[in-house]
Design a protein around this ligand. Structure first.
Ligand SMILES: Nc1ncnc2c1ncn2[C@@H]1O[C@H](COP(=O)(O)OP(=O)(O)OP(=O)(O)O)[C@@H](O)[C@H]1O
Ligand SMILES: [Mg+2]
Length: 625
């Protein structure tokens, strides 16, 4: 197994700086359109440029008016003031439109790339990340990387262009003031953002450790509340918690002080630029080198020129945040892209020679006359990469029309077995063939065409019921959807929905209960074109009678798209309906402890018989009650 395979999918810790080039890599994946970026920088610069021009023309107008010239001499300036005033608002609006368009297109590109590469990459990379974390990475983290465009890159481009333009215009009036303005713009546009970023980094580092200490103290106090109370340690734990909380507040405060300093530097630079213009300009007016009206222009214009640099400290902090998000996304992508470990060696004659391309592998399997539709496992070990196997020595054949039930205590490895059989986790040992081909040699599409697996944490999307079912197959018709929902026991639920198949399931699918969720996922699996169906606990959260009916109908082998019966493997905690299974596997303590038909296990295994009897007694008691 490769090192990359063993490495857990973790992002750098908050106090660790992401590797160099992290943000650049992520921004490249945004696939930004250069022309649109240029347009956004241009509209942004023109919008703020109008502000600078407005300040300059107003300064000229006020001072020139005080000299009481013929009013016609002022009319062009009056029109210019109006034009720049209106132009600033209009251009700012356009700038918002263009820059957000660039950012949103970028996020769409990044998200599409991310989904594409995660789907094509090693599935255990996504399986190993907790679901909430995965959603955060494809959701908020992608947004944070996209944010860098609107909040980081574009403001920096605008500040650079506007600064250069204003300095050039000022040089036309009075070069010494232009030189001072350039120096002050560098101070405000480079010094202040660097300071703000440093402050944010320090605050985040201190806050991260204080936050970790606070949650550790809180968890210990909650988890061990009883023993702590008896041993009199509650007060000490609470003191630790209060300490950590105080440190957290101090860390946040220390960040606030630095960002206030950064903001102060911006104001200081503005003042310095205006003072420098005054100090150098007044003698120049006296000596006649500078017209008095122009003095007002060179003193007042810098006040508007700093509007662009004023946004840069916040931009630097945003870049910081985006870099951390980029690191989390890239950590996930890198683990999905890592080369697949070579885990299993097929016994002689049983498997085609390892070949890289799917088509060659399929051709080799077909030539060897291997059954195209089945799963064949020999001495298969199942486990999570980098950890020791949770289940060993699994010999199993699943072909269309055959049904297998898997039972066993929690943590026995039932879900891990299903994920391995589906080719989503690499075998930790032994051989696994999907339609005669090792899963590593199948493309994700070919794998999904052979076997579909539904696990408890599959995602229900915030869209309509029908679209949620179309995840399995894009062309599912409403009639097929209704039939699949009925087969999953959801016909009553569907009738009660306000808009039937078009009912929105809402963000995070909050409108669906736990049991409905499972059955919705089952209905989705039933619509997939694969001839083999692996289902994890479809009847969880259901009352025993409904659960038994559902498992029985699944074990009877749902109809395959070609009209035959599908092969199914069902993980379940109910034993009563297992009479419908061709074979029952009892897994415990890392292996299959018993296997056979329901009747054989009931006859030969006291524990099994006892468990079935307990289910029956409970059912009788329920009925009597
Ligand atoms: N994402 C994961 N990463 C690493 N190890 C895992 C992961 N998921 C499960 N495991 C480990 O694999 C072992 C088997 O877990 P599995 O989920 O397969 O059990 P199960 O039989 O399905 O249990 P249950 O009946 O509770 O669903 C457990 O020890 C668990 O800690
Ligand atoms: Mg499980």
């Amino acid at each position: 197994m490769t090192d990359a395979a063993a490495a857990p999918v973790t992002a750098p810790a908050p106090d660790e700086r992401p590797p160099r080039g992290t943000l650049r890599r992520a921004v490249r994946m945004l696939g930004l359109d250069r022309r649109r970026v240029l347009l956004a920088v241009l509209t942004g610069t023109l919008a703020l440029g109008c502000g600078v021009a407005l300040a300059a023309v107003s300064a000229w107008l006020i001072t020139r008016a005080s000299q009481m010239p013929p009013v016609l001499q002022l009319s062009i300036a009056t029109v210019a003031v109006r034009t720049f005033g209106i132009g600033r608002g209009v251009l700012r609006y356009l700038d918002r439109l263009v820059s957000h368009d660039v950012a949103l297109r970028g996020m769409t590109n990044l998200r599409t790339t991310l989904y594409g590469r995660l789907a094509a990459g090693r599935s255990e990379a996504t399986l190993r990340v907790r679901r909430g974390d995965l959603l955060a990475r494809v959701g908020a983290d992608v947004d944070a990387v996209g944010d860098v465009v609107v909040r980081g890159l574009l403001p920096a481009g605008v500040a650079l262009l506007l600064g250069a333009g204003t300095v050039a215009a000022m040089a036309f009036f009075w070069p010494p003031a232009a030189a001072a303005l350039a120096a002050c713009l560098v101070l405000a546009g480079v010094g202040a953002p660097l300071l703000a970023a440093r402050g944010a980094r320090i605050a985040e580092r201190r806050a991260a450790s204080a936050r970790a200490d606070a949650s550790a103290a809180a968890l210990t106090a909650l988890d061990d509340a009883g023993p702590l109370l008896v041993a009199g340690g509650v007060e000490r734990r609470l003191r630790e918690l209060r300490d950590a909380d105080r440190r957290l507040a101090r860390a946040v405060d220390s960040g606030a002080a630095t960002s206030a300093l950064a903001a102060g530097i911006g104001i200081l630079a503005t003042g310095l630029a205006a003072t420098a213009a005054l100090v150098t300009g007044i003698p120049a007016v006296r000596s006649g080198a500078l017209a008095p009206v122009d003095l007002a222009v060179v003193v007042l214009t810098p006040l508007a020129a700093f509007e662009a640099t004023g946004m840069l400290p916040a931009a630097a902090v945003a870049v910081q945040r985006s870099r951390a998000a980029a690191a989390r996304i890239l950590a996930l992508l890198d683990s999905a892209d890592a080369p697949a470990p070579v885990a299993s060696v097929a016994p002689e004659g049983a498997a085609p020679a390892p070949v890289a391309a799917t088509s060659e592998a399929l051709a080799a399997a077909a030539a060897a006359g291997i059954d195209d539709a089945g799963i064949q496992a020999r001495a298969l070990a199942c486990g999570w990469p980098g950890l020791s196997p949770v289940l060993r020595d699994v010999d199993l054949d699943v072909v269309p029309g055959r049904s297998v039930a898997v039972v066993g205590p929690s943590g026995a490895g039932k879900t891990t077995l299903l994920l391995t059989l589906a080719g989503l986790l690499p075998p930790a040992g032994g051989t696994l063939l999907l339609g005669g081909v090792e899963p590593a040699h199948l493309s994700p599409a070919d794998r999904a065409g052979r076997v579909v697996v539904t696990t408890e944490d599959a995602h229900v999307f915030g869209t309509t019921v029908l679209e949620n079912l179309r995840v399995a197959r894009g062309d599912v018709t409403p009639e097929e959807a209704v039939a699949a929902l009925a087969a999953a026991g959801l016909d009553g639920w569907l009738t009660a929905l306000p808009d039937g198949l078009d009912t929105l399931l809402g963000p995070d699918a909050r409108t669906v209960s736990g049991g409905e969720r499972r059955r919705l996922l089952l209905a989705r699996a039933l619509l997939a074109p694969a001839p083999l169906l692996l289902v994890d606990e479809p009847a969880e959260h259901l009352d025993p009678d409904t659960a038994d009916a559902l498992v029985t109908s699944l074990l009877a082998g749902p109809a395959a798209p070609d009209g035959g019966r599908r092969g199914v493997v069902v993980v379940t905690h109910r034993l009563t309906p297992l009479a419908a299974a061709d074979e029952v596997l009892w897994v415990e303590s890392g292996r299959i402890v018993a296997r056979g038909t329901h009747a054989e296990l009931s006859a030969g295994l006291l524990d099994y018989r006892e468990a079935v009897r307990r289910e029956r007694v409970t059912a009788d008691q329920r009925e009597r009650a």
